[in-house]
Design a protein around this ligand. Structure first.
Ligand code: CP
Length: 306
């Protein structure tokens, strides 16, 4: 079911697919990530046309933990695209060199286009404001690890719900499960896009929009997002909303459930105060750490099967 698949959009994956992935990630953790023989005959291409810290480094670490080698680049400037080569030719070259390609790009649809060009599996590591399926898989796995379930939980998404691909991908991922409710808290100009809302509701999610931060009081998972400055077509629009929300310890102490957990895909700017870092609410560093087993599991399943 997993072998040879492209990973472009989390909606392509069933609950059963995701549960197989989580079990495999548990196996990676149980073995303390020492599985050097799993992919020792494999070379993975990391094609990062847009900046990344966590996604690129966790894929690279995951590959190396499984014994695979990696080749790739971290910006267009470091490739012949800077000399005028096309995206298509770059992917075609890499496809002839490696066994699987991880692609990040600022343009929506870039990973899907790559999957139409390449014969080898493509993993979407984020395309514009559209999709970030491996982040969503990691966010679901983090939730399951923390709460031992995803069903029945209430999720509050806070911030830039319009441009954040981690939000739309996680909402899509949640449609495979049965969460109790999704609360959407944002400035009015950064509301969830209608096309995302329609898909989520058609697939049975219960969504509630709020502008007041007190609405976090119902949430088990409080998912905070950075305002995605790089996605705004008009920087004046960004200036109007920057700094419009900030989650800190005082606010959590006042409104959050005792056992609520704060997730954030990171990087953070000023929307998530550092005074949460050493509290019971902080789960974003756990989340970042779980990027290794989930990406090890993903590489192993796509390249070798179940
Ligand atoms: N979470 C995430 O996608 O982070 P990076 O942009 O650092 O990869």
């Amino acid at each position: 079911m997993w072998k040879g698949r492209d990973v472009i959009n989390i909606l392509d994956f069933s609950r059963n697919d995701l549960e197989v992935l989580f079990e495999k990630a548990d196996y990676m953790r149980k073995n303390q990530y020492r599985l050097k023989n799993e992919l020792s005959d494999i070379i993975i291409g990391l094609a990062f046309f847009e900046p990344s810290t966590r996604t690129r480094m966790s894929f690279e670490t995951a590959a190396k933990r499984l014994g695979a080698e990696t080749v790739g680049f971290v910006s267009e400037e470091a490739t012949s695209i800077a000399k005028g080569e096309s995206f298509s030719d770059t992917i075609r070259m890499l496809d002839s060199y490696v066994d699987l390609i991880v692609v990040r790009h600022k343009y929506e649809g870039a990973a899907l286009l790559a999957s139409n060009i390449a014969e080898k599996p493509i993993i979407n590591a984020g395309d514009g404001k559209s999709h970030h399926p491996t982040q969503a898989m990691l966010d679901l796995y983090t939730t399951k690890t923390l709460f031992n379930t995803i069903d029945g939980l209430t999720f509050a998404f806070i911030g830039d719900l319009k441009y954040s691909r981690t939000v739309s991908s996680l909402i899509f991922g949640l449609t495979a499960f049965n969460p109790k409710e999704i609360i959407l808290i944002s400035p009015s100009s950064l509301r969830l896009r209608e096309e995302i809302r329609l898909v989520a509701e058609e697939r049975g999610l219960r969504l509630r929009e709020e502008e007041n931060i007190e609405a976090i009081s119902d949430a088990d998972v409080i998912y905070v997002t950075r305002i995605q400055k790089e996605r705004f077509p008009d920087l004046q629009e960004y200036e109007r909303v920057r700094g419009s929300y900030r989650i800190n310890k005082e606010l959590l102490d006042k409104y959050a459930k005792d056992d609520a957990k704060v997730l954030h895909a990171l990087p953070r700017i000023d929307e998530l105060s550092r005074d949460i870092d050493d509290t019971k609410f902080q789960a974003y560093f756990t989340q970042a750490r779980l990027g290794i087993p989930i990406r090890m599991a993903l590489l192993s399943l796509v390249l070798k099967g179940e």
